[in-house]
Design a protein around this ligand. Structure first.
Ligand code: HT7
Ligand code: ZN
Length: 873
């Protein structure tokens, strides 16, 4: 496909004010009649032809103002409908198309799964339903009539409020929905099927009664209660924290089993991957409960950030996604532990976004060009997009930030906006010049900051000098300094923060670091402090500093900033793991660093009350963290061995404390997913993971014991995960038991697939290949594909990166297989190649070979072709 460039944006030549859709549902031949009230756009080209987008469409008829269009009046193909001479004033265009939902394996547009009909229109799925101006800056009011058989589709849903329903001949019925809020086509939705429903209500702060409905497969209604509670909590939080009220009479969530991503924020009718709706104590882990709450919130928050104010074009995707991720992160921080949420978000950012930024798929938060928009729903757009907003808040302060958000909502409600319009609101409320700030949106790559510190006892000064540099990324050979809000504290020998004074004035804690070098001299510093830099991870940068391990271990014990307490120990452990990896590769013995055990041991102390935080402290940097720190010529096997060695040493030196913590944290009452209880389970599993390091007998036995006696799904799954790391009879027994207990529950079997696919044992790939033949595996279901093949590629550094290259060939082969049936899922699988260039030469050559073989496959979809081309460029 031809590239699309931001610089080429032009307003649409035509506008659509009203859309009337009529769906006559049939599995293989659904008729769609679209009646569009249109007019030329005063901002467009006055004499332009009308060119409508389509994708695999079959046109039945087209008419303007009731007069059928003759063959010579239009030019039609499955991907376009062009009318050379449309009226130059308002007109009504009626288009009838026929589509085949049953054959729609791409899961974009209208598709049928498990006898239900579902739509997915973002980003460009609406054009698979009818010919349309399928672009986010064309906003229309939709009325949708859906007709289907009563027995198969008793539930008929679309956006907005229900305005009419009735019976039809032949056992059919219909419903008419009207959505008064103008919206782009990507927010259109239709669901029809035989579904169970859980109902509740919410009264908004302004007194509007809202009916809440969560639709799930019959028999799973009891698993929808947590989602319902999450909806109510989200509605209340958005009123309290952002002053945003819901705006329809009904808010609906539908759980579907076949879904390309996590969920979709269609106006008033959110459609969810069932994995992010269904939860009960018997079937869900603590992680599932937390994910559901966060994703329900995310999609609900889109009602304002995305739906009421949408994107002018797809280059502005971060306008809605970065902002909405920021909002959902804040929601979770308020409901759970703020430091723990920050730590887990930063872990995730580094693992996915920093990795993306360091490899061939790097792109700016707001790209300038794309070939396939589906491939830009990335950690950079979402997670780095959220970081940019979080930084802005830190930099301009809470009050100016909140005022800027209010201004944005007031000024742009009902519009399709750009990042410039968003940022202008904050420039206005803060009085700052945000021109340089815009580099965060345009410049790809993670800034690397090097910090040096010096104490001058005689002058009583402490100097922090920092430099920033961003390496070249594809298409951007040179980089410029960005505005980095550097939040810092100086921790005195007593552990208390030193008052910050610069140039005779009280200063900080936020310092503006907007050029290559920043030098700050702090005055009146009585004793040498330790600098705590980038508190709460105030900017998405990669920091290296001259802080010694002694300094860091001091911070790990004393820093008042919980994020940096955690970070300090991570940095010490990371330095150690990098050195150990070198030692492994060079056949040297690994140096001792007993102070890591000492610091980790504190997490398991009997008086530790914040278990969720302690579990984060006790979790070592991942193998991916070590690989990124090494940066090039990476040997994943050596990293794995170094990390296993450290775990073994922690087990040996902390054994008694780990045993004691494991006992102390045993479940006592009935299961509750609340954050404190979940935190205790997380810390217990952290202890278990160390106890069982290297397949140690007592640890394995304890894990097996926990598996058997587990009274909740978290204990069962986490103990199975620990068992899966070493080749023992207990592992096989537990895996067989799990399959036997939960073989008829697809979401639980996904956990079983994932655990096996992410095991570092050498037979994992054989096992994964064998599991593809399991009766519960289904290549047509994205959840199954992700939990088996996706997890193998993304969560198994040693086996995906097998030196013989079989791991690469396997994942690329599955992507080739899915290329036609579901290109979006195929392209996402290839994300595991995002770091291939950083590998040592043997593996790098094998990875390249697999990518090149895929590149030469005939008929590659735009989705797969785009990733392969960029990965190899
Ligand atoms: N806005 C949505 C992103 C999305 C999507 C969801 C499901 C299937 C295909 C999709 N393409 C894009 C989800 C979100 O970020 O909230
Ligand atoms: Zn989103």
């Amino acid at each position: 496909p031809r590239p699309v460039r931001l610089a080429d944006y032009r307003p649409s030549d035509f506008l659509i004010d009203e859309v009337h859709l009529d769906f006559d549902l049939e599995p293989s031949a659904t008729r769609v009649t679209a009646t569009l009230k249109m007019r030329p756009n005063p901002a467009g080209d006055a004499g332009a032809a009308l060119s409508l987008d389509g994708d695999e469409l079959k046109l039945i008829s087209a008419a303007i103002d009731g007069a059928p269009l003759a063959a010579d009046e239009l030019d039609v193909s499955p991907s376009n409908l062009r009318i050379a001479n449309p009226p130059r004033g308002p007109f009504e265009l009626t288009i009838v198309t026929e589509i085949d939902p049953a054959a729609n394996t791409r899961l974009m547009g209208l598709y049928r799964s498990n006898a239900s009909y579902t739509t997915q229109c973002e980003a460009e799925g609406f054009r698979r339903i009818t010919y349309f101006l399928d672009r986010p800056d064309v906003l229309a009011v939709y009325t949708t009539r859906v007709a289907g058989p009563k027995d198969e589709t008793p539930v008929l849903l679309s956006n907005g409020n229900l305005v009419e329903q009735g019976e039809l001949d032949g056992g059919r019925h219909f419903a008419v929905w009207h959505d008064p809020h103008p919206k782009p086509s990507y927010l259109f939705a239709l669901v029809a099927g035989d579904l169970g429903v859980v109902e509740d209500s919410f009264t908004t702060v302004g007194g509007r009664g809202v009916a809440l409905k969560v639709f799930v497969e019959h028999g799973k209604e009891d698993r929808a209660l947590h989602a319902m509670e999450s909806i109510k909590a989200s509605m209340k939080w958005d009123e309290e924290v952002f002053g945003r009220e819901y705006d329809l009479d009904v808010f609906m969530v539908v759980a579907v089993s076949h879904f390309n991503m996590g969920a979709m924020e269609n106006k008033g009718l959110n459609v969810f991957n069932d994995k992010y709706v269904l939860a009960s104590p018997e079937t869900a882990t603590d992680g599932d409960y937390a994910n559901i709450e966060a994703i329900i919130a995310h999609e609900y928050f889109h009602n304002w950030t995305g739906n009421r104010i949408t994107c002018r074009d797809w280059f502005q995707l971060c306008l809605k996604e970065g902002l909405t991720v920021f909002r959902d992160q804040e929601f979770t921080s308020d409901r759970r532990s703020r430091p723990v949420k920050r730590i887990s978000d930063v872990r995730n950012l580094r693992a996915l976004q920093f990795a993306e930024d360091a490899g061939p798929l790097a792109h700016p938060v707001r790209p300038q060009i794309y070939h396939e928009i589906n491939n830009f729903y990335t950690p950079t757009v979402y997670e780095k997009g959220a970081e940019v907003i979080r930084m802005l808040k830190v930099w301009i302060g809470d009050d100016a930030f909140r005022a800027g958000m209010d201004l944005y909502f007031d000024r742009h409600d009902g519009e399709a906006c750009t990042i410039e319009q968003f940022v202008a609101c904050f420039a206005e409320t803060s009085g700052r010049d945000l021109t340089q700030w815009m580099r965060w949106y345009g410049q790809a790559g993670t800034p690397e900051v090097i910090a040096r510190t010096a104490y001058d006892a005689s002058a009583r000064t402490f100097t922090v000098e920092a430099t920033q540099k961003t390496r070249p990324t594809p298409g951007q050979p040179t980089k410029q300094p960005v505005v980095i809000p550097l939040v810092l504290g100086l921790v005195g020998p007593d552990g208390a923060d030193v008052d910050l004074k610069v140039g005779g004035e009280k200063a900080g804690p936020v310092f503006t670091f907007d050029r290559e070098t920043l030098r700050v001299v702090f005055e009146d510093v009585a004793e040498r402090p330790v600098a705590s830099l980038f508190r709460n991870f105030s900017a998405p940068v990669k920091l290296s500093s001259d802080l010694t391990n002694d300094d860091l271990l001091f911070l790990a014990a004393r820093d008042s900033d919980p994020f940096n307490r955690w970070q300090a120990l991570q940095t010490v452990a990371l330095r150690h793991l990098v050195q150990s990896t070198d030692a492994v590769r060079e056949g040297r013995s690994i140096a001792e660093e007993p102070r890591i055990a000492e610091a980790v041991g504190r997490a398991f102390a009997p008086d530790e009350t914040d278990c969720a935080y302690a579990a984060q402290v006790a979790s070592l940097p991942s193998e991916g963290d070590v690989a990124r720190e090494i940066g090039e010529n990476v040997d994943p096997e050596a990293i794995h061995r170094a990390r296993s060695e450290l775990k073994g040493r922690l087990r040996d030196s902390l054994g008694d404390a780990l045993e004691a913590a494991f006992e102390r944290l045993a479940e006592t009452g009935p299961y509750s997913p609340d954050p404190a209880s979940a935190g205790r389970r997380a810390l217990k599993v952290a202890a278990l993971d160390l106890l069982a390091a290297g397949g140690a007998r007592t640890g394995v036995e304890r894990a097996h014991g926990l598996y058997i006696s587990a009274g909740n799904m978290t204990d069962r799954v986490m103990s199975l995960q620990v068992l899966s790391l070493s080749a023992t009879p207990e592992r096989e027994e537990a895996l067989a038991d799990f399959a036997q207990r939960y073989g008829d529950d697809p979401l639980l079997m996904d956990k079983w697939f994932l655990i096996q696919a992410s095991s570092p044992l050498p037979d994992t790939l054989d096992r994964v290949e064998a599991l593809m033949a399991a009766p519960t595996f289904d290549m047509k279901n994205p959840n199954r594909v992700r939990s088996l093949i996706g997890a193998f590629g993304a969560a198994n550094p040693t086996q995906f990166n097998r030196p013989d290259g079989r791991g690469y060939a396997f994942v690329a082969g599955v992507a080739a297989e899915l290329n036609t049936s579901n290109p979006q899922v195929a392209a996402r699988l290839l994300g595991s190649f995002r770091t291939w260039r950083a590998l040592e030469p043997t593996r790098r050559a094998k990875a390249e070979h697999a990518l090149r073989a895929l590149a030469s496959t005939a008929d590659l979809s735009p989705d797969v072709a785009d990733i392969v081309r960029r990965a190899l460029a």
